[in-house]
Design a protein around this ligand. Structure first.
Ligand code: SAH
Ligand code: SF4
Ligand code: F3S
Length: 439
């Protein structure tokens, strides 16, 4: 009997990419492939790339370099690259010249075609570059091999129309397209029937979702809240300019919508926000936070912040520190501004010197972390509802899960807890996680 062919996927970037990789894995399973835990032992390797910052680009080329030896020794070994980087012609050009042995290059808009591309490369032994400039009709019904048993990602919309001046995503993911509400609801019902208890609705800017004339993002939440057996709803990511009062009310009315929001602010300086094309001011943002906290007092809030955007002065940066001190985020992802080819900010004067960027970055991280630690310490003694994911990465005796507010919590447990929502008493608050015991 022939051994089944194997694949390995390496994924860079955001949850969109993680979910795309789940789809690619699902299609490969349908083709009869098995997953290989080791990249070096797989017959087919797929690298799903991210382009959001320069270090993501660098890591991709590093990974590709590691595959060269095996490819040259074994021509049957198939190397496929996809994802956001492939939507940029200059990247395709450099792969063709520096890594001509790559077999398939495809993009973010034609993932559904991957099985045909792979079959044709295996049978014809010809290399393929197939990247679409923009997304056509949304393709429904693709399989997915999920990363987690009890929680799932569900795409509700694709693309981004915001064109923040630093960001490559609108160029790599195309214009906004929303899925039909019924397609989403049917998918969620199927997931629940398969043991899923929590869904994360995905989109670059979920609150500009428009399913049909009657269904905006808040309406979709209300409808999903009715799905029997589903316990938790989350979403990623929302843009402050589109955070409606109706969505804030949905937190109050929909018991399944977790009291957590990731609301990227990017900067605390209104002039910098204007140059970033974010369409809100520092004051607008603080007002939104106040409204959210008034409606949902225990909401946890996280954010993204960019340090060193072109023209950012010391005073601008201090505005960011001031905003962080006022909002007191539960956690924040902090990034050094990275020039992206083809974005408006690439042309901006006053790029900030690396040493200044790093120095500001360190100050910001210190502020953010000390607030996270204080916030987490205040949870000690509280009882939190936790969806248990399984054994913790650090120890087989420790179990891990997320609170409703998306805090990572570790505790002693047993295998039968996996997939259950249990009460856990918090015993310790660390900077990035909590410790606890199951009641
Ligand atoms: N659609 C999401 C975020 C997508 S990218 C949203 O708008 O919320 C994730 C984060 O990467 C952004 O929020 C931003 O903080 C950061 N980012 C994007 N482009 C960047 C760049 N050129 N340099 C540094 N950070 C960047
Ligand atoms: Fe990028 Fe802005 Fe769109 Fe987010 S909203 S993906 S930061 S352009
Ligand atoms: Fe990266 Fe593309 Fe996501 S650029 S952050 S993988 S949308």
């Amino acid at each position: 009997m022939n051994k089944p062919k194997t694949y390995h996927i390496t994924t860079f970037g955001c949850q969109m990419n993680e979910h795309d990789s789940e789809t690619i894995a699902g299609m490969l399973s349908q083709m009869g492939f098995c997953e290989s835990p080791q990249r070096d032992e797989a017959d087919v390797v797929i690298i799903n790339t991210c382009s959001v910052r320069e270090n993501a680009d660098k890591r991709f080329f590093g990974t590709l370099g590691q595959l060269k030896k095996k490819k040259l020794a074994d021509p049957e070994f198939t190397v496929c690259v996809c994802g956001c980087m492939m939507q940029q012609q200059h990247i395709i050009d450099s792969i063709k010249t520096k890594y001509p042995w790559v077999d398939i290059i495809f993009g973010t808009h034609n993932i559904h075609q991957f099985p045909q591309l792979l079959e044709s490369v295996i049978s014809e032994k010809e290399k393929i570059v197939d990247v679409w400039e923009d997304g056509g009709e949304i393709v429904e019904g693709l399989p997915a091999k999920r990363l987690y048993k009890h929680k799932a990602f569900v795409n509700i919309m694709y693309g981004c129309n915001n064109f923040c001046t630093y960001c490559i995503v609108p160029y790599t993911r195309g214009r906004e397209r929303s899925r039909r509400p019924l397609d989403i609801i049917d998918e969620v019902k199927l997931l629940v029937a398969d043991g899923v208890r929590e869904v994360t609705l995905l989109g670059q800017n979920v609150n500009s979702y428009r399913g049909d004339e009657k269904t905006d993002f808040a309406d979709l939440i209300y409808r999903l809240n009715e799905v029997e057996g589903l316990e938790r709803i989350r979403f990623m990511t929302s843009h402050p300019k589109d955070l409606s009062d109706k969505l804030i009310q949905a937190y109050v009315d929909c018991n399944k919508l977790c009291n957590y929001i990731h609301l990227p602010v990017q900067s605390g300086s209104s002039p910098v926000l204007a140059r970033m094309n974010r369409k809100y001011t520092k004051e607008d943002y603080l007002e939104l936070i106040a409204k959210l906290r008034k409606a949902v007092p225990d909401i946890t809030i996280s954010t993204d912040i960019i340090v060193g955007f072109p023209g950012e002065t010391e005073a601008d940066f201090e505005e960011t520190l001031d905003l962080v001190g006022r909002v007191r985020y539960d956690s924040a992802f902090t990034f050094l501004y990275s020039i992206r080819k083809g974005t408006p900010a690439e042309e901006y004067e006053d790029q900030i010197p690396e040493d200044v960027k790093h120095q500001r970055f360190n100050r910001l991280v210190e502020t953010v972390n000390s607030i996270s630690a204080e916030k987490n310490a205040a949870y000690v003694g509280k009882v939190e509802k936790v969806l248990v994911e399984g054994v913790s990465k650090t120890s087989a005796q420790r179990y891990t899960g997320r609170t409703e507010g998306f805090k990572l919590i570790n505790f002693p447990g047993t295998p039968k807890l996996a997939g259950k929502i249990v009460d856990v008493k918090v015993t310790e608050g660390k900077t990035f996680s909590l410790e606890g015991e199951v009641l």
